[in-house]
Design a protein around this ligand. Structure first.
Ligand SMILES: *[C@@H]1O[C@H](CO)[C@@H](O)[C@H](O)[C@H]1NC(C)=O
Ligand SMILES: *[C@@H]1O[C@H](CO)[C@@H](O)[C@H](O)[C@H]1NC(C)=O
Ligand SMILES: *[C@@H]1O[C@H](CO)[C@@H](O)[C@H](O)[C@H]1NC(C)=O
Ligand SMILES: *[C@@H]1O[C@H](CO)[C@@H](O)[C@H](O)[C@H]1NC(C)=O
Ligand SMILES: *[C@@H]1O[C@H](CO)[C@@H](O)[C@H](O)[C@H]1NC(C)=O
Ligand SMILES: *[C@@H]1O[C@H](CO)[C@@H](O)[C@H](O)[C@H]1NC(C)=O
Length: 336
């Protein structure tokens, strides 16, 4: 009898979780509690092909303020779409672990349309050209392994589920109006830090095949931005951008560099400077903060610094801002 009750209860929770997910109510009525989400699997959440996808390919489970802001800003800009964050470190952690040990992850999990899932490459690569490569690559020999595996996973996830992939240093500002797109870093160069495709799109399939056939782990980005650029150039004549108009080729939009890279990588440090007049980023759907360039200096969002970075977080990620502010105030509270 107890088992039947238990079973009913689980079924009810599961069904309710789906109803809850599908409902587009701005407020949560019964469950603001993320436990209901815990019964969902990626395919339950992502089957409509409209997800915004983030990855953490290391075991790290304590996202920086910038990562929190990437996810929160996406959750705000796309309130009726699931925001899915795959983390490798969740493979061996249960929900109670997260609640007790990883407050910033728990903070993310309380957002209505944010879903955290364990990242399992071997499962994601199944039925793609990447699986055979993955099973034979010797990771200890690969000097760019963290980049390569991340490049591979984002292709497989977008192929399988469809949606928009974003790096965790991208702050969303307004919705991207097209489904199939690549982000230009210049007229002749595509990034792979943000891109979107419907599920099972031929472009991503071509990319996965090229990934395996022209694999060269010694060249940084050969499976990443250079791969996208290569495949795009095979199909399309890339002419120079005029003004801020996007290009379209075979229904794939090649979005102007202003859409995501209003500050080019050479001047990445400007995000950590104080600006006299605040930039509007009117032509941008999101801004990419070049965390990659920032690796040596490890600049963070500093509360009270009045840098562009702080202002972006305060404007587009008010919850993250409050969360960080609260952390800085904790020690003072303790001493007083
Ligand atoms: C999870 O645990 C298994 C078994 O202890 C271990 O082999 C694996 O490396 C762990 N994975 C992660 C991502 O921590
Ligand atoms: C991977 O490469 C390392 C370093 O060259 C080598 O020691 C190791 O035996 C290789 N592993 C496999 C499974 O080939
Ligand atoms: C690209 O340019 C070549 C030569 O000008 C032309 O033959 C081809 O049709 C063009 N391809 C596309 C997709 O516009
Ligand atoms: C582009 O999209 C339109 C409408 O969705 C479709 O009719 C057309 O066949 C597509 N063209 C290509 C080249 O995929
Ligand atoms: C940017 O957009 C804001 C609000 O829509 C507008 O007030 C401002 O003039 C625009 N700036 C530029 C440079 O177009
Ligand atoms: C930024 O934060 C990381 C960890 O969150 C810390 O290790 C690093 O020292 C911080 N850097 C600065 C410049 O405060």
């Amino acid at each position: 009898m107890k088992e039947i009750q238990m079973c009913f209860c689980v079924t009810f929770l599961f069904a309710f979780g789906i109803v809850y997910e599908l409902s587009q109510e701005p407020d949560c009525f019964f469950f603001c509690n993320p436990i209901s989400k815990h019964f969902l699997r990626p395919k339950d959440v992502m089957s409509q092909g409209r997800s915004i996808i983030f990855l953490e390919t290391t075991d790290h489970l304590q996202p920086s303020p910038l990562v929190l802001c990437s996810v929160e800003s996406a959750a705000r800009v796309y309130p009726d779409r699931p925001i899915v964050f795959f983390l490798k470190g969740l493979v061996n952690n249960t929900f109670p672990d997260i609640k007790s040990s990883y407050p910033s992850l728990f903070f993310l999990s309380t957002m209505k349309n944010v879903f955290l899932f364990p990242l399992q490459e071997d499962i994601l690569f199944q039925d793609t050209p990447l699986l055979s490569w993955y099973l034979q690559v010797n990771t200890t020999k690969e000097k760019y392994w963290p980049y390569i595996i991340s490049d591979a996973i984002r292709l497989a996830v977008v192929w399988k589920y469809g949606g928009i992939y974003m790096d965790t240093d991208v702050i969303s500002i307004k919705p991207i109006p097209v489904a199939n797109f690549l982000a230009a870093q210049s007229s002749q160069f595509s990034s792979n830090g943000v891109f979107g495709f419907q599920h099972r799109h031929w472009f991503i399939w071509d990319c996965m095949n090229d990934f395996v056939h022209n694999y060269n782990g010694d060249i940084w980005g050969n499976q990443g931005p250079y791969l996208f650029t290569r495949i795009l150039k095979k199909q399309c004549n890339l002419t120079n951008f005029q003004n801020v108009e996007d290009h379209v080729c075979y229904n794939i939009s090649f979005l102007h560099p202003q859409r995501f890279y209003p500050i080019p990588y050479e001047t990445w440090a400007k995000y950590y400077e104080v600006w006299i007049t605040k930039p509007e980023f009117n032509h941008s759907y999101a801004v990419h903060l070049w965390n990659f360039m920032n690796q040596r200096e490890k600049k963070n969002m500093t509360i009270g610094s009045n840098t562009l970075m702080e202002n972006l977080v305060r404007t587009h990620c008010p919850s993250t801002y409050r969360f960080e502010l609260h952390k800085t105030q904790l020690p003072q509270n303790k001493t007083s």
